[in-house]
Design a protein around this ligand. Sequence first.
Ligand code: BEZ
Length: 401
Amino acid sequence: MSNRLMLPISRRALLSGAAGAATLAVAPGLRSPAIAQNAPLKVGLMLPYTGTYAKLGKFIDDGFRLYVEQKGGKLGGREITFVQVDDESKPEAGTDNMNRLVGREKADVVIGTVHSGVAMAMVKVARDTKTLLIIPNAGANDATGPACAPNIFRSSFSNWQPNYPMGKVMFDAGHKNVATITWKYAAGAEQMSAFKEGFTKAGGNVVEDLTLPFPEVEFQALITRIAQLKPDAVHAFFAGGGAVKFVKDYAAAGLGKTIPLYGAGFLTDGTLEAQGAAANGLKTTLHYADNLDNPANVAFLKAFKDKTGNVGDIYAVQGYDAAALLDVGMKAVGGDDKQRDKMIAAMGAAKIDSPRGPLSFNKAHNPIQNIYLREVRNGRNEMVSIAQKDVDDPARGCKLA
Ligand code: BEZ
């Protein structure tokens, strides 16, 4: 297994790791079919390594590499080499960065990314070039909706999935009038819309949708507005550095005691150490909980800690499962990724024993998975209950049979 880091296209800087020589040995145009088959499979990692989602990108990267390491650096018997790009969560650079990975860098498979807007730029290039793409986080509904394609998979969630079940959870907890708050971009809009769908179906009423541009963190005016509105509760989507600051600001304003804060689980996943006591008691819904007591999760958390020194979270799990999904495909074709149809069929039918629990895929290649209600206790997102079992995204607009 080898590695190569590519900085964003704007910076035009390449840092070669051990894979540099291997990468140059299979320069574009020089690959005979025989060499291509024996050459390592080149995995392009397009993730945010800087910015508000930097930690999310790093944990996905670490999770993916952990799985490959556990398989001796090979998937389906084929050696793996890496090339990385920092997408900085900038949608405007998404097309160029993806084109560079599949064009100049000749990545065989691309794993990316975190931000829904960047992911949709990647999806377009993947569709045009028929590049195999596994999305290890971004929830953009369209990626497994109208833009679904045989060569596009997701190892994470659709924005609809963790939020729809929260509607009933909050209504059943007695909250009839709720305000939502999020960043104004695809993920925020889709997550709040899914929450609203579940909440209004249960009988609730959304009193106001509050937004600010991504990735701004000046929350004060919106928190003041929440205090004026006096809703029964608030449902939020923020993640990464923004989630850390929002939870702390909300607690510092003293609102938590009178207007309970809920959220999609990204609000408290991978953030608890930095949020400290401000996160205590927060309830969220997500396709993972830290204390899931299944053997796959116990083994994963130990291995992740041993490798990185960090406590695994949902992002690490999604990276790990992206590699597990690719492994299913590579095994089915004995490492020959040119047998594309067979590989895709195997991946679509995959049943993965994930740290999150059972993981399978719908016709649009989006995960079918449990959504857990969690509560922050003892510095962990502990499972309270399964909010909804085997949640399947509606895949609205996907034409795959
Ligand atoms: C998104 O942009 O889809 C996203 C980013 C962070 C966490 C969850 C979703």
